[in-house]
Design a protein around this ligand. Structure first.
Ligand SMILES: Cc1cc2nc3c(=O)[nH]c(=O)nc-3n(C[C@H](O)[C@H](O)[C@H](O)COP(=O)(O)OP(=O)(O)OC[C@H]3O[C@@H](n4cnc5c(N)ncnc54)[C@H](O)[C@@H]3O)c2cc1C
Length: 408
């Protein structure tokens, strides 16, 4: 089988690429190894910046109908269990099997062909150029050739590793789990909670980058709960992800209150997520990599759906031009790189700085708490705006997000 564009992976990145390709009239086949709808380990936050795209896809209303909770506020809880509340631009939270399927079906409605249960096992390479994929369809071998392969198969991408494209900065690899609970006590309606843990932990080699989060889900007592911890912290302390979470649950006031009597209503599911502060080279002869397949999730809060979707949209625009000119050369595909860097690097860089100069410094966080609480508008400050104002006005930092630098 030969197609113009083959998109491997129907997560938010791949389905967005397929949607825009089909809308622009490019021949596209989207494949995924799972039977859909499929779930994904995630907090399920679809940030509000994505809503214009959902509207264009014709799925915004349907996504709203699946929304488990509209988050309007966010609470940071520090090592001493002091709280800091913010307003946020309202965002939707829902299980990924709903949200991602809305995006995938938009691609199909726009005219993309979709094949589930197709697992790409390796790239077809000729003279250093990607020409398609070898794979298994319902476990039977099937090759698919294409003028370009969009690799969107997520954080555990074998194709990306085969190309040598996968970037893993050990500082930015997070281990995480997610689980659903009922009977969670004490949550505030429409408020997401992020706990920065370390103060009393048995081995204090941690930085506050280790978080537990509790996000309300569907009603006042259900929540999606997760924990993330950097790989180096697990390695340095010998702790397990479960151990970290259990310590938080049993040894903190909030942990005991929220989860002391809660009932697990789904399995714990774990994941390994490399993030980044800067987009890696994402174009190779015959292929463009997007989303988690090129580690494009930001490293402070692990939001990766926006990077994947924006990357998918840019890839589709570049590929439309390639199709019109019948030119899928590396030079033509590589138009993607500067466009994607311009769109994604500022956000990735800002989150990297936020993590490095604020979230990961316990003393700094304390000062930040004091400063925020002293502002006349508190508790109605916007989360991002407050952080930017503090880092610029109080810390005297100057950001050059395009260069990913911070200076005094
Ligand atoms: C615990 C946790 C919480 C998170 N919370 C959030 C959040 O709240 N909001 C947010 O924006 N981001 C969050 N993220 C990050 C987010 O999940 C990812 O960045 C996002 O899913 C990336 O989208 P993607 O399309 O690149 O990959 P994915 O969503 O992983 O999709 C990849 C697809 O490829 C398919 N696939 C894989 N291998 C193959 C193969 N060989 N052949 C065919 N198909 C294949 C998979 O079945 C999958 O459907 C979280 C991550 C973790 C680990």
């Amino acid at each position: 089988m030969k197609r113009q564009v083959l998109v491997v992976g129907a997560g938010p990145g791949g389905s967005t690429a397929a949607f825009y390709l089909a809308k622009l009239g490019v021949d596209v086949l989207l494949v995924d190894k799972e039977t859909w709808p499929r779930d994904k380990v995630c907090g399920g936050v679809y940030l509000p910046t994505l809503e214009p795209m959902f509207e264009e896809m014709g799925c915004l209303e349907e996504m709203r109908s699946y929304t488990a909770c509209n988050i309007k506020y966010m609470r940071l809880i520090d090592a001493d269990e002091d709280t800091l509340d913010f307003d946020v631009q309202p965002f939707m939270i829902m299980p990924r099997r709903f949200g991602d399927d809305c995006i995938r079906r938009s691609a199909v409605r726009a005219g993309a062909d979709f094949m589930e249960n197709y697992e790409a096992t390796s790239l077809i390479m000729r003279k250093g150029v990607v020409k398609g994929v070898h794979g298994l369809y319902h476990n039977e071998p099937m090759d698919i050739e294409a003028d370009c392969v969009v690799i969107a198969d997520g954080a555990h991408s074998e194709l990306s590793r085969q190309l040598g494209a996968f970037m893993e900065d050990p500082e930015l690899v997070m281990y995480a789990f997610r689980a659903y609970f009922d009977g969670v006590e004490g949550m505030t309606p429409n408020m997401a909670e992020e706990y920065y843990i370390p103060a009393g932990m048995p081995r204090k080699a941690y930085s506050p980058i280790c978080t537990t989060w509790v996000n309300p889900h569907y009603d006042g007592k259900k929540a999606v709960v997760g924990a993330t911890i950097p790989e180096y912290a697990l390695r340095d302390t010998g702790m397990t992800l479960e151990g970290f979470y259990e310590w938080w649950r049993d040894n903190t006031k909030f942990g005991r209150e929220r989860l002391g009597h809660a009932k697990l209503i789904d399995k714990f599911r774990g994941w390994r997520l490399p993030g980044s502060k800067k987009l890696a080279q994402s174009v190779y002869p015959g292929a463009i990599l997007i989303g988690d397949a090129i580690a494009a999730a930001e490293c402070a809060f692990e939001y990766g759906i926006p990077s994947a979707m924006v990357g998918g949209q840019i890839a589709a625009n570049v590929l439309k031009k390639c199709a019109d000119n019948n030119d899928f050369s590396f030079e033509a595909l590589n138009e993607y790189q500067p466009l994607a860097e311009a769109a994604l690097n500022p956000g990735l860089a800002f989150n990297g700085m936020f993590r490095d100069v604020l979230l990961s410094k316990e003393d700094r966080m304390k000062d930040y708490y004091k400063w925020v609480k002293a502002q006349p508008e508190y508790p109605h400050m916007y989360f991002d705006g407050a952080a930017i104002k503090y880092m610029q006005n109080v810390m005297g930092l100057k950001f050059d997000v395009s260069e990913n630098t911070v200076s005094q």
